[in-house]
Design a protein around this ligand. Structure first.
Ligand SMILES: NC(=O)N[C@@H](CC(=O)O)C(=O)O
Ligand SMILES: [Zn+2]
Ligand SMILES: [Zn+2]
Length: 345
């Protein structure tokens, strides 16, 4: 039995750090595990200009605990009015590494997102030309489409035609939750990849309703049926190289979650790497853990993997019921439950 595993230090390719006191509170959890993270731009107001992204990056760097080595990788929030020249300039200046497509209304702080991808065709053409990846929240939003089908319908209605129009566009299908998403990326060409969260590997949609309504199991895309969870686990642990770690850690205060209209988002940062390790062990795939966590993401983004290493030991630990973060109470993923692995300091 494996009791300890050492891998190159991982990166988180999909993360919400928020801003202000919340950011200062949650950042140390990520920075202790990951060397780099793709920081999502869905602040209120969103990060649409390069100077906003640079200022946000500076606030993150200023909030880092002393001596912690962590690099935030910034992203641009696309809107119907995004100017291709602004996107290219921010990319060439090294301020942002990718741009994020939120279909308008699809998720938290997506109200200024894109209403129709054809409206950003010129931006996508430019990104294709300069080799800048498009990161996508892949769900349609129309009210006649069942919430559990929104990812699958996005593939047919949006992703397929868009990728046909832009055959060289690097594309990350963020936080996939379905067999449809996994198959689409696995069967696609090499410019396609996907991130996978701990929660979509560990819970199915029953978790949202187990014994009552569980707001802390609610995120978007919403967890799906068991057969989808199993397909996503296969994708993550199968060694294809196209699926890599992206936690989608998305903190909301306990009161914003436990409300008549609770926010979407799961705060998994405190034990993300340990949760992934548990899944890989359960799938007898610990030999592929390092590729998923530390190698395949950098390769897709054209970056070198990290040189340092981290070690996890198989000693159980209990996840706290809540975490006080920047003066706010936040409930972590797996709160009150036991997890199998522990990341050593
Ligand atoms: N995943 C979520 O449920 N929420 C994210 C947004 C997102 O990634 O869609 C958030 O910012 O809260
Ligand atoms: Zn999303
Ligand atoms: Zn997200």
């Amino acid at each position: 039995m494996t009791t300890s595993i050492t891998i190159r230090r991982p990166d988180d390719w999909h993360l919400h750090l928020r801003d202000g006191a919340m950011m200062e509170g949650v950042l140390p959890y990520t920075a202790r595990q990951f060397a780099r993270a793709i920081v999502m731009p869905n602040l209120a107001p969103p990060v649409v200009q390069a100077d906003q992204a640079a200022a946000y990056r500076d606030r993150i760097e200023a909030a880092l605990p002393r001596g912690v080595d962590f690099t935030p990788l910034m992203t641009a929030y696309l809107t119907d009015d995004t100017d291709p020249d602004d996107i290219e300039r921010g990319f060439r200046d090294g301020i942002w590494v990718a741009a994020k497509l939120y279909p308008a209304g699809a998720t938290t702080n997506s109200a200024s997102g894109v209403t129709d991808v054809e409206k950003i065709d010129a931006v996508l053409a430019r990104m294709e030309k300069i080799g800048m990846p498009l990161l996508t929240h892949g769900e349609v939003t129309s009210s006649d489409i069942d919430i559990f089908d929104r990812e699958a319908v996005f593939i047919d209605r949006v992703a397929v035609p868009m990728l046909k129009r832009h055959p060289g566009l690097k594309f990350v299908f963020e936080h996939i939750t379905t067999k449809d998403g996994a198959d689409f990326v696995a069967d696609g060409d090499a410019r396609m990849a996907a991130t996978i969260t701990p929660q979509h590997l560990m819970i199915n949609r029953n978790a949202i309703f187990a014994g009552g309504i569980n707001p802390h199991a609610y995120c978007l895309p919403v967890a799906k049926r068991e057969m989808h969870r199993l397909a996503v686990r296969k994708a993550a642990t199968g060694g294809s190289g196209k699926f890599f770690l992206g936690t989608d850690s998305a903190p909301h205060t306990k009161s914003a979650k436990e409300s008549a209209c609770g926010c979407a988002g799961i705060f998994n940062a405190p034990h993300a790497l340990e949760c992934y390790a548990q899944v890989f062990e359960e799938e007898n795939a610990l030999d592929r853990f390092e590729a998923f966590a530390s190698l395949d993401g950098p390769r897709f983004y054209g970056m070198a993997p990290n040189e340092e290493t981290v070690t996890l030991e198989k000693v159980g630990q209990d996840v706290p019921e809540e975490i006080v973060s920047g003066g706010e109470v936040v409930v972590p993923f797996r709160a009150g439950q036991r997890i199998d692995w522990k990341l050593l300091d």
